[in-house]
Design a protein around this ligand. Structure first.
Ligand SMILES: [Zn+2]
Length: 188
């Protein structure tokens, strides 16, 4: 694995004072646990429909080489492999590449039980509670991440119907460029 499961996350960003752990950062080879968890794929879909920390470039699957697998959740189309998701239960966060959806589906990767529990019993990624928690997590990474947090909140509101924080709504006109960005990200 590129990062062992449940080690402290610090790939894209640090979140001072927060418990954020790696899950699903597979590398080449098959040195990962396998086993199918019924329903996990469906649980992961909405997280991947609203991913964060996008990176430029193409990141193929390190196991089979597939690039940018296309997925759909409701009417939202998206591709995997260039961004991340956050799963939260209580005050514990898990950070995974969106490719985890492909690893589970195609390579039968079995994440740690604590992560699976968080996917099934943690904060619903389509909820207002999740949107607010993610916003706070991203802001905890420091002022340079505040703009990113605001963009995440707006994009989340479009997919899940959540309400962005008041300070975002006040300046929502500043984010018109997100329409263009979204169109680019939509593989359809
Ligand atoms: Zn693969």
């Amino acid at each position: 694995m590129r990062y062992a499961d449940l080690t402290k996350y610090r790939y894209s960003i640090n979140y001072p004072g927060r418990k954020v752990f790696n899950v699903g950062w597979l590398g080449e080879g098959r040195d990962f646990p396998t086993g199918d968890e019924r329903g996990l794929y469906e649980k992961l879909l909405p997280y991947c429909a609203h991913s964060i920390e996008p990176k430029p470039g193409v990141y193929p699957c390190p196991i089979c080489g597939e690039t940018m697998p296309s997925k759909q959740w409701g009417t939202k189309k998206f591709s995997l492999g260039h961004s991340e998701i956050r799963v939260v239960i209580e005050d514990v966060w898990y950070a995974s590449p969106t490719m985890i959806l492909h690893y589970v589906e195609r390579h039968h990767y079995r994440p740690p039980l604590d992560f699976i529990r968080a996917c099934f019993h943690g904060v619903d990624p389509t909820s207002q509670e999740y949107s607010d928690a993610l916003y706070e997590l991203q802001r905890s990474a420091g002022p340079r991440r505040h703009r990113h947090a605001k963009m995440t909140a707006i994009l989340g509101s479009r997919i899940f119907g959540t309400t962005p924080p008041p300070e975002v709504l006040q300046n929502i006109g500043d984010y018109d460029f997100l329409d263009e960005l979204e169109a680019k990200c939509d593989p359809s």
